[in-house]
Design a binder for this molecule. Structure first.
Ligand SMILES: [Zn+2]
Length: 286
């Protein structure tokens, strides 16, 4: 599932191809739960518009249009936002078996944008359709955005500490609450808790201010590192240029149940907290 770093990597690469270009054609698949704004409406609202800026808040991408409206894009579980000309083993395998070059839009390519003066098209492909597309009109807000906490890369330990002090839920669960800090997902929560030496099951109100500061700093450290290496490639995520992210090789505890802790050598254990799998070192994390 794409997390903040993957969304940020996508933002940086797509922004170069999207910002300043005028949309000349909008192609969609038929109406489905993928489209929070109906395809026909999207076509009307996007046609002829220019993208002024591409922002990110948590795991949402926000394309600011010259009409004042915002096109909200969420990659969901399996969403892929990329530009024409992308090559990826995964894209080719599923989309165009046997093809050697490029990608051709298939039935899972729900949104295609073409631009005045040509240049690469932008595709939003999503096999499972948990991704979302929504047009928010100028001056309007949307509950999805309103309820988000501060973006994880802008957060400070104090944000976490304030939210944690009165809660008895596991600190891991609180870290995944997008209303507290937006953008931290399972991988980075586990990695941050390992670096801060805090067990994921620990009740939030028993995490100290110093530990909260350490957790947020660690989350930002691993996310920034992941952004630099192109994000974590798992399941269907591909970078906008079709390449695979490199961060997954650097994970210390996430997905490494039974393997030795990189710090002390003890076997990493896996527990399930609020339906989410969590990995930690029973010796380093208290
Ligand atoms: Zn350890």
């Amino acid at each position: 599932m794409p997390e903040l770093p993957e969304v940020e990597v996508t933002r940086r690469r797509i922004a170069k191809l999207l910002v300043g270009r005028k949309i000349s054609r909008v192609l969609t698949t038929k109406p489905s739960y993928f489209f929070l704004t109906k395809p026909t409406r999207l076509q009307q609202e996007l046609l002829g518009r220019t993208v002024k800026r591409l922002d990110r808040h948590g795991k949402y991408l926000l394309a600011r249009l010259d009409s004042g409206a915002t096109l909200l894009l969420h990659l969901g579980m399996t969403g892929q936002l990329f530009a024409e000309g992308a090559t990826s083993v995964r894209l080719l395998r599923v989309a165009e078996r046997g093809a050697k070059t490029g990608f051709s839009p298939d039935q899972h390519t729900h949104l295609q944008l073409e631009f005045e003066g040509g240049g690469p098209r932008i595709f939003f492909r999503d096999v499972r359709k948990f991704g979302k597309v929504l047009l928010v009109h100028a001056g309007k807000s949307d509950a999805r955005l309103d309820k988000l906490g501060i973006d994880a890369l802008k957060a400070e330990g104090e944000h976490l500490h304030e939210a944690a002090r009165a809660r008895k839920i596991p600190i891991k669960t609180l870290l995944l609450d997008q209303g507290v800090i937006a953008g931290i997902g399972n991988i980075y929560a586990d990695e941050a808790l390992f670096l801060a030496r805090v067990r994921p099951e620990r009740p939030a109100n028993r995490v100290t201010r110093e530990e909260s500061i350490a957790i947020v700093a660690a989350a930002q450290q691993v996310m920034r590192r992941s952004i630099r290496t192109g994000g974590s490639s798992i399941s269907d995520y591909v970078n906008p240029d079709g390449s695979d992210g490199g961060y997954q090789k650097e994970r210390r505890v996430y997905g490494r149940e039974g393997e030795p802790c990189p710090s002390c050598g003890a076997a990493i254990v896996r527990v399930v907290i609020a339906t989410r799998s969590s990995c930690y070192c029973p010796s380093c994390q208290r």
